[in-house]
Write a protein that binds this ligand. Structure first.
Ligand code: FE2
Ligand code: FE2
Length: 151
């Protein structure tokens, strides 16, 4: 399976979960939706950082885009950890989740409209498919670790 379609489908899934999170009202549902988002993003970001980004960081343009992406991931992780350490009843909870949603929207737009298009020029079909296979395997094994020990 093509890695770019897989990353895009994660983006869609996370956007839908964030929407659901902002509509949820009880502490229990907020906690459970948030932990799913946390886990999905941890796996997605780690694969991008360790495998996808290094493979596409080949031209001046993609190097800049990839470096920006690392910084955006850092911001996303700070917000995720803030939210994780916060009660959903906290007055700041909704503001933090809303800003998380905004940063992710911006980040996903840059990936899908710039970086992924460049990636398709840098990597051929076979490389994209091989990376997709690698990601499937990574998802199957990494999720257990993340679920077992949330940071
Ligand atoms: Fe992504
Ligand atoms: Fe990303």
């Amino acid at each position: 399976m093509n890695i770019i379609s897989m990353l895009k489908s994660d983006h869609k899934e996370v956007a839908a979960m964030l929407k659901k999170l902002l509509q949820s009202r009880t502490t229990k549902s907020r906690d459970s939706i948030f932990s799913k988002i946390y886990e999905a993003l941890a796996v997605h970001a780690e694969f991008e950082e360790k495998t996808f980004y290094p493979a596409v960081k080949k031209t001046a343009k993609t190097k800049d885009l990839v470096l920006e992406s690392y910084v955006e991931h850092d911001l996303i992780k700070i917000l995720l950890s803030d939210i994780q350490n916060m009660s959903p009843k906290d007055e700041l909870w909704k503001a933090k989740v809303t800003v998380l949603q905004e940063i992710i929207k911006h980040h996903v737009k840059e990936e899908e409209q710039d970086l992924f298009l460049e990636a398709k020029r840098i990597l051929d079909k076979e490389q994209l498919n091989n990376m997709g296979k690698k990601y499937l395997h990574f998802k199957a094994t990494a999720q257990i670790e993340v679920a077992g020990e949330p940071e």
